[in-house]
Design a protein around this ligand. Sequence first.
Ligand SMILES: NC(=O)C1=CN([C@@H]2O[C@H](COP(=O)(O)OP(=O)(O)OC[C@H]3O[C@@H](n4cnc5c(N)ncnc54)[C@H](OP(=O)(O)O)[C@@H]3O)[C@@H](O)[C@H]2O)C=CC1
Ligand SMILES: O=C(O)C(=O)[C@@H](O)[C@H](O)C(=O)CO
Length: 283
Amino acid sequence: MSTSARDSVIPTLDLDDGASIPQIGLGTYAMRDAAGVDAIVSGIAGGYRLLDTAVNYENEREVGQAIADSPVERDELFVTSKIPGRHHGFEESIASTEESLARLGLERLDLHLIHWPNPSVGKYVDTWRGLIELRERGLVTSIGVSNFTEEMLQELIAATGVTPVVNQVELHPYFPQSKLIDFHATIGVQTVAWSPLYRDQGLFAEAPIAEAASAHGVEPAQVVLRWHLEVGSLPIPKSASPDRQRLNADIFDFNLTPAEVDAISALERGRMKDRDPLTHEEM
Ligand SMILES: NC(=O)C1=CN([C@@H]2O[C@H](COP(=O)(O)OP(=O)(O)OC[C@H]3O[C@@H](n4cnc5c(N)ncnc54)[C@H](OP(=O)(O)O)[C@@H]3O)[C@@H](O)[C@H]2O)C=CC1
Ligand SMILES: O=C(O)C(=O)[C@@H](O)[C@H](O)C(=O)CO
């Protein structure tokens, strides 16, 4: 692994509500306790401005501590959290968000998501109404969802007239979700990719990725993250290593060719685990 990656200035994209979102973020799943705070502080120092947390990661306090410990101004950061299944409902989602803000030590979230639709619970539309209310109250700047299908997005829009600005979904070369990315583009939803590196479980050795890495003089992880940008996906890789954090963010001065992008997308084989939002539920 190269340790020569530079601190990156990460470009931004415009969301459909006028807010700007960094083109790559830092996933924080499993970053907890003092080591978690250190990892998030080093991510911010390495150039990350988008921090992705969730009530269910049980690390909103660590994220808040890292923000407080970092010299970067709060307004330069873009903090995302997520409402868990057990907090679905209009009033529940508002209470959940107030608790998240208290743990984070922040007055507002830049982006707040419904973490999983949990269709058997039947409350994601009410939860969406709660997010609309939170945006109106100024506690949340942008509102979106995670793990929603095309049909679920259409249901939210039909019920409320408000389109989520983001849908955060499983997306990596083994599960490129090209149809969903295209649908998102038609309705103004930014695709955000979770597990964008397939959790380093063998993806980097795939020939099209290794060959592109060699051709461009970069690491396979950088090829995968650049592929995300090329296909219209905004990746939020998690790394607790300062070197890998910097490497992962250093993807803005090379491009993949269309043939390289297609060869990587052709690795498609399916989800990492059986986490189909129609059946998988997380409370
Ligand atoms: N909305 C949702 O339902 C979900 C959201 N998420 C979000 O997405 C984020 C990212 O997804 P996640 O599941 O963590 O998986 P990732 O695909 O980001 O992979 C993380 C793993 O890859 C390793 N890694 C990172 N960079 C490199 C590199 N350059 N070379 C080799 N290994 C590397 C990390 O190890 P190390 O730390 O040692 O570098 C870690 O083990 C989460 O942290 C979370 O914020 C995740 C799952 C579901
Ligand atoms: O990380 C997330 O956001 C999740 O939803 C996780 O719970 C994820 O599904 C997982 O890793 C469960 O083992």
